[in-house]
Design a protein around this ligand. Structure first.
Ligand SMILES: Nc1ncnc2c1ncn2[C@@H]1O[C@H](COP(=O)(O)OP(=O)(O)OP(=O)(O)O)[C@@H](O)[C@H]1O
Length: 601
C-alpha cells in the first residue's frame, strides 16, 4: 500500500494573540463541515443519484463471478467430468459479469470524476466569494500567510481530493458493502466470522482517526506559520537588512521550519503504524472463513461452492478496503483542509451597504466606544463633530487612539457602541462608491497595483476621462508622465514607481474621488525630508477647499488647524482652537510648552 503525499498549508486559527489581534482565521467545527458537505452533495443531487445507481449495478455485477465459480466447484464435485457443458455456461457467465462490472465501474468513475470537478470548482468559487467578502478590517488583522495558504494549499488539497479520492472511495465503498452483504447472504455464519476478523483493521483505523485530525490540522497550521514567517521576512527585507535583524529572522524561520518538520514526522508516524497493521488484517477474514467454512463443509452444513464463494468475496474485499485506506489518509488531510476552507464562512460577513444618501457634509461621532477584537476599549465615549470646511487636528500621546479615531471616521471599522455619521448616515454603511465621494483616508500605506497607470487612477473615479486623469496628476505636481514609456498606458507592474511617485498617484486618486473630507494619518511621516516637502505641497493642493481631519504628530500642524481635539486614553479631553487651548492651561498647553519652550503661544 502506498500513501499519497500529505497535504500541507494553513493554521488552526481563531486564537487570540497578545494585544487582542486575531491569530489566524477560524476553523470550521465538525458540524459545520458536515453541513457544508451535505450542501455540496445536494447541489449535485442528480449526479449523486446517478453515481449511487451505477456503483450499485457495478458492485452487483462483481458479485456474480465468485458465486458462479462456487457453482462450478459444486457441479464438478457432484458430477465430475459430466459437468463440462454446465461448467462452460457458468464460465461464460463469469466472463460476461466481469466485463459488465468493468464497464459499469468505468462509467461510475466517469460520472464521479465529473461530479468531483464541478464540486471542486464550486468550493473554489465559494472560497473566492467569501475571501472577497471579508472586511478590510478582518484582512488587516489576520496573518497574511493564513488567507493565502487557505486559498492555495487548502483549496487545492480539497479540489484534488474531490477529483481523485472521492470517486475512487465511493466506488470502493459500494463494492465493499456489496461483498460483505453477499457473504452474509450466502453463509451468515461465515459473514459474521469475516466481520469479526475485520475488527483488527477497524481498531487500527480507529486508533489512526483519533489522532489524525489534530495531527493534520497542526501540519496545516505549521505550514501557514512558515508561509507567514517567510512573507513577513520578504515584505520587510529592507528593514531587516537596515536594522541588522537577519539573525532574529533566521531564528524565527528555523523555529517555523522545525514546527513543520515535527508536524510532518507525527503524521508520518501515524501512517507508518496504520498501513502494516491494515495489511495484516486483510488476510485474517479469509483465514477465518477457510477454517470455519472447512469445518462446516466437513459436517455437511455448507457446500464447497458456498465456502469457495465466501472465501473469494472476502479475498476480493481487500481491494476496495485497500483503496479506501490509501485514500483515507488523503481524505483525513483534506477534511482538515476543508475545515480551514469552510472556516471563512464563520467570519461575520461585511454588512450589506445601506441605501440612504448623506444629507450634507457634517460628520458626527456620538458616544463612540471601540475595542479591537474583544480587547480593551481603545475609544471610550467619544463625542466629536467635524464642521464642514474646517481643519481639525487630533493630538495625543502615542496609543491615545488617534489612528483608531480616524479609521472609524473613514468607515474602515465600526464602533462597538455609538454612531459615526456623515450627513446623518452611518459611514460604515455607505457603499464604497458613495463613501469615497464623502471621505477619503490618506495614510502612509498606499498601494499601486500591477496594472496601467490609467486603471490605477480610475480606481477612484471609474468614469474619469484621460483629461481628468492628467489634470489630477498635474494638481499633485506630477511632471514625470512623459518620462513613462507609454504615458497613462504604462504597466506599473513592469515599470514600478518609487515611493514619492506612488504617493503622488495616491493623492491624485483623492483628487479624482473628490471627497468633501480628507482624513490624514501620518501621510508623509515615512518620507525623507526632501520627498516629504514635495508631498506636503501636493497634499496642500489636494486639501484645498476640503474639510480636513489630520492626526498631528507635530504641534505645528495643530497650531495651523482651526480646532484641536486632544485625545487621552481614548477620550476627547480638550477641544478648541490652538489659542483657546493654550490659554486654558490644560493638557494641550503643557504639550505645547514642552514642545515649544515655556511662554510660547
Ligand atoms: N490592529 C490592532 N489590534 C489591536 N490593538 C490595536 C490595533 N491597532 C491599535 N491598537 C491599540 O489601540 C490603542 C490605540 O492605538 P492607535 O494606533 O489608535 O493610537 P495612536 O494614538 O494613533 O498611536 P500612535 O501615535 O502611536 O500611532 C493602542 O493601545 C494600540 O496598541
Amino acid at each position: 500500500m502506498s500513501a499519497p503525499a500529505a497535504v500541507g498549508g494553513g493554521a488552526a486559527g481563531g486564537r487570540r494573540a497578545a494585544g487582542g489581534r486575531v491569530d489566524g482565521l477560524p476553523v470550521a467545527d465538525g458540524r459545520r463541515v458536515r453541513r457544508a458537505m451535505a450542501g455540496l452533495l445536494s447541489a449535485e443531487a442528480r449526479a449523486v443519484t446517478g453515481m449511487v445507481g451505477l456503483a450499485a449495478l457495478a458492485a452487483a455485477a462483481g458479485l456474480a463471478p465468485p458465486r458462479l465459480l462456487g457453482q462450478i466447484v459444486d457441479a464438478v464435485a457432484a458430477e465430475g467430468a459430466a459437468a463440462v457443458a454446465g461448467v462452460d455456461r457458468l464460465a461464460l457467465g463469469i466472463v460476461a459479469a466481469t466485463a459488465a462490472q468493468i464497464l459499469l465501474t468505468r462509467w461510475t468513475l466517469l460520472v464521479a470524476h465529473r461530479f468531483g470537478e464541478r464540486t471542486a470548482a464550486r468550493v473554489r468559487e465559494q472560497f473566492l466569494d467569501r475571501a472577497l467578502g471579508l472586511t478590510p478590517a478582518t484582512i488587516e488583522r489576520v496573518p497574511a500567510g493564513d488567507l493565502a495558504a487557505r486559498g492555495t494549499g487548502d483549496v487545492g488539497a480539497v479540489a484534488a481530493t474531490l477529483r481523485d479520492a472521492v470517486p475512487e472511495v465511493f466506488v470502493a465503498a459500494t463494492q465493499a458493502v456489496f461483498l460483505l452483504g453477499a457473504v452474509l447472504l450466502v453463509a451468515p455464519v461465515l459473514g459474521a466470522a469475516g466481520l469479526l476478523s475485520l475488527g483488527a483493521a477497524a481498531i487500527a483505523v480507529r486508533w489512526y482517526l483519533r489522532r489524525a485530525r489534530a495531527a493534520y490540522l497542526e501540519e496545516g497550521a505549521a505550514g501557514s506559520a512558515l508561509a507567514d514567517e517567510l512573507a513577513a521576512t520578504v515584505a520587510g527585507a529592507r528593514t531587516v537588512e537596515a536594522l541588522g535583524l537577519q539573525g532574529r529572522r533566521l531564528a524565527g524561520g528555523r523555529v517555523a521550519v522545525d514546527r513543520v518538520r515535527r508536524a510532518r514526522l507525527r503524521t508520518l508516524f501515524l501512517r507508518s503504524v496504520l498501513f502494516p497493521l491494515v495489511d495484516v488484517s486483510y488476510v485474517l477474514p479469509v483465514v477465518a472463513v477457510l477454517l470455519l467454512g472447512g469445518a462446516l463443509h466437513r459436517h455437511a452444513e455448507l457446500s464447497l461452492g458456498a465456502v469457495t464463494a465466501c472465501a473469494l468475496y472476502l479475498r476480493q474485499l481487500a481491494a476496495p478496503l485497500d483503496i479506501i485506506l490509501v485514500w483515507m489518509e488523503r481524505l483525513q488531510a483534506s477534511g482538515a483542509a476543508y475545515a480551514r476552507v469552510e472556516g471563512l464562512a464563520a467570519v461575520p460577513p461585511a454588512p450589506a451597504p445601506g441605501t440612504a444618501a448623506p444629507a450634507g457634509d457634517r460628520i458626527e461621532m456620538t458616544g463612540v466606544w471601540y475595542a479591537y477584537d474583544g480587547g480593551p476599549d481603545v475609544l471610550r465615549g467619544v463625542d466629536l463633530t467635524v464642521r464642514p470646511g474646517e481643519r481639525l487636528a487630533v493630538v495625543g500621546v502615542s496609543g491615545a487612539g488617534k489612528s483608531t479615531l480616524v479609521r472609524l471616521l473613514a468607515g474602515v471599522d465600526r464602533p462597538r457602541a455609538g454612531t459615526v455619521t456623515v450627513g446623518g448616515v452611518p459611514v460604515a454603511d455607505l457603499p464604497p462608491g458613495l463613501l469615497r465621494r464623502q471621505l477619503v483616508l490618506v495614510t502612509q500605506e498606499h498601494h499601486v497595483f500591477r496594472d496601467s497607470l490609467r486603471d490605477n487612477l480610475r480606481l477612484a473615479a471609474p468614469r474619469a476621462t484621460d483629461t481628468h486623469l492628467r489634470a489630477a496628476l498635474a494638481t499633485v505636481g506630477v511632471n514625470w508622465l512623459d518620462e513613462l514609456p507609454a504615458g497613462l498606458d504604462t504597466d506599473l507592474g513592469r515599470h514600478p514607481l518609487d515611493g514619492a511617485r506612488a504617493q503622488q498617484v495616491a493623492l491624485a486618486r483623492v483628487v479624482l474621488a473628490n471627497p468633501h473630507t480628507v482624513l490624514l494619518d501620518e501621510a508623509t511621516a515615512l518620507l525623507d525630508p526632501r520627498t516629504a516637502r514635495g508631498a506636503e505641497r501636493a497634499l496642500a493642493a489636494v486639501l484645498r477647499e476640503r474639510t480636513v481631519v489630520v492626526v498631528a504628530h507635530r504641534l505645528q500642524t495643530a497650531r495651523d488647524a482651526d480646532r484641536v481635539a486632544v485625545l487621552d486614553a481614548g477620550r476627547v479631553v480638550e477641544l478648541g482652537s490652538h489659542d483657546e487651548l493654550v490659554a486654558a492651561g490644560g493638557t494641550y498647553a503643557a504639550l505645547w510648552r514642552s514642545w515649544h519652550g515655556d511662554g510660547a503661544r
